[in-house]
Design a binder for this molecule. Structure first.
Ligand code: B12
Length: 472
């Protein structure tokens, strides 16, 4: 006989979810961000939701035709997954329980380190313990149905729900990643190791993913600050690059230097705050349907003219209260998830699109234009250099600092203690299974003086780089 769990699944599917999974209280042990009570006091179970990314929009993005359709898809689907979570929570509440939707993105816990992006609740962990997928090499959750090219959502409830079966912890790593590894090749900065694993203890089991070299690499490419591939044959949609990294990628252990570069590149772009604000406002808040989901057409119904798509996004961002962004296409990377389709052939097709479509670079009016070679890329850079003046940089840096202090800076004791206990359990589990030292390490940098030393060390290196000869 269908029970409460089936009613919830049915409701969420009818509301538009592609996949729905459930995890009850016995499943929710792991890192602190699997704790549902952070989102709602008394929460004991989780409902996880998956929406697939629009595939033609992925082709346009990877093939450097246009990044507009994927930007629109991500904006609409982040709202939609949040809305489905909210409506399903309301449905659960109508049956006498309490429930709360988790925003799609960008609700971070307070921390001393501004780049320590620990979510209020991890949708990835929720999807894994609810049986919807398992970690892949890139750390993304890979589903059988859509690969990693999905948007995840969750809700938490005080109802004690019966869990769905989980998938074998190594399902993706053993059956797909071992022979594919194209996500690693699609990362401009080698964020993960293709031959080394690290482990997370979730639901009493060790889950493998590719060892993360340095998450600041991921922040660099995801925010468009280093756009050129390691073999220098293609770019993502980022507008910037670190020239000294073209031939010599830094050792990921040079953490201060890399962090310094990240902060400087961000400051020099002059528009990092409004770009982040667009992502944050869409990810963290549920807007009236008419502002985003209904206002922006689905990628399949977009106007043929690029400039109309562009104008639509500008208008949508104004509805969110973000004005004056020169380029409304804020998403520049994400290849590791986007190329990962339901099977290897599809993944290879997407990878080929990415790697065989050359470069995009800001052209005469600031819009991105395609070039086939690096030489042409640098010619365009010389002809149309980014014009950012000191006052823009200062304004942007001030605005970033203010967002950080207001929304993310602080210290949350409970999470820190939960984390210390969790790290000890994970370490022990790794040692017991012959994986000593391979536990996934937290991103945490606790020393408040750290930032100052980063800035100082970065400044010195930057001067050295500025005085060196251009390399093209
Ligand atoms: C922060 C974040 C980012 C950051 C950092 C990414 C990273 N690699 O860590 C940036 C902006 C760079 C980013 C990039 C991307 N992201 Co993102 N991102 C998130 C976010 C908000 C949290 C991710 C996360 O779980 N991080 C940190 C911790 C929890 O993970 P961890 O390192 O494994 O945890 C360790 C420690 O930190 C510690 N720990 C865990 N929790 C806590 C809590 C406390 C208090 C403490 C002290 C310690 C601790 O334990 C672990 C072991 O040591 C989620 C949304 C959400 N709320 O879940 C989306 C999300 C993970 N991103 C997503 C996507 C799609 C992307 C991109 C593809 C870009 C894009 N197109 O959107 C890339 C992929 C990069 C990659 N390979 O991971 C999807 C995932 C899809 C999937 N199939 O898995 C999500 C779920 C958004 C969504 N709603 O769909 N992302």
């Amino acid at each position: 006989m269908p029970g409460f769990e089936e009613d919830i699944r049915d409701f969420a599917r009818k509301a538009g979810a592609g996949l729905v999974g459930i995890a009850g209280p016995e499943r929710l042990s792991g890192p602190p961000s699997i704790d549902p009570s952070y989102t709602m006091r008394g929460a004991r179970s989780v409902v996880s939701l998956v929406l697939p990314m629009n595939v033609p929009a992925i082709y346009d993005f990877l093939g450097k035709k246009s990044s507009g359709p994927h930007n629109i898809d991500q904006a609409r689907m982040n709202q939609q997954v949040h809305r489905i979570a909210k409506e399903t929570s309301d449905y659960i509440a109508s049956l006498g329980h309490r429930a709360k939707a988790v925003p799609a993105n960008n609700t971070y816990r307070r921390a001393l380190d501004p780049f320590c992006t620990r979510p209020s609740f991890s949708h990835r962990f929720a999807a894994v313990v609810s049986g919807l997928g398992t970690f892949g090499l890139s750390g993304n959750v890979v589903t059988r149905e859509f690969g990693a090219a999905v948007y995840l959502g969750s809700l938490v409830t005080d109802a004690v729900l019966k869990s769905d079966p989980v998938l074998p912890a190594r399902q993706t790593m053993d059956n797909r990643c071992r022979t594919c590894k194209l996500c690693d090749k699609s990362c401009t900065l080698r964020m993960f190791e293709d031959n080394e694993e690290e482990y997370l203890l979730l639901n009493g089991e060790l889950h493998a993913r590719g060892k993360r070299n340095n998450v600041d690499f991921c922040n660099m490419s995801c925010f468009g600050l280093h756009a050129i591939s390691r073999d220098k044959k293609w770019s993502n949609w980022g507008r910037h690059l670190v020239e000294e990294w073209l031939d010599n990628q830094p050792d990921p252990k040079q953490r201060k230097y890399i962090r310094g570069m990240l902060m400087r590149q961000g400051a020099m772009s002059g528009d990092s705050t409004p770009r982040f604000e667009v992502i944050r406002r869409i990810g963290a808040r549920l807007w009236p349907r008419e502002d985003i989901e209904d206002f922006l057409p689905a990628p399949d119904n977009l106007p043929a003219e690029e400039k109309e798509i562009y104008a639509m996004l500008v208008r949508a961002q104004e509805k969110l209260g973000v004005f004056g962004l020169k380029d409304p296409y804020v998403l520049t990377c994400g290849q590791c998830a986007m190329i990962c389709g339901p099977d290897f052939n599809e993944t290879k097709k997407r990878y080929d699109l990415l790697t065989q479509s050359g470069f995009v670079v800001p052209g005469p009016d600031g819009r991105m234009v395609r070039t086939k070679t690096m030489e042409e890329y640098f010619k365009m850079k010389e002809m149309y250099p980014a014009k950012v003046n000191l006052s823009q940089m200062a304004k942007d840096a001030g605005a970033s600092g203010s967002v950080w202090l207001k929304s993310y800076f602080g210290f949350e004791l409970k999470g820190e203690i939960q984390n210390i206990l969790y790290q000890a359990r994970n370490k022990k589990a790794c040692a017991k299974t012959g994986q000593a030292g391979k536990e996934a390490r937290p991103l945490y940098i606790g020393n408040p003086g750290y930032l100052l030393s980063v800035i100082a060390s970065g400044k010195k290196r930057h001067r050295k780089w500025q005085n060196s000869k251009p390399r093209w």
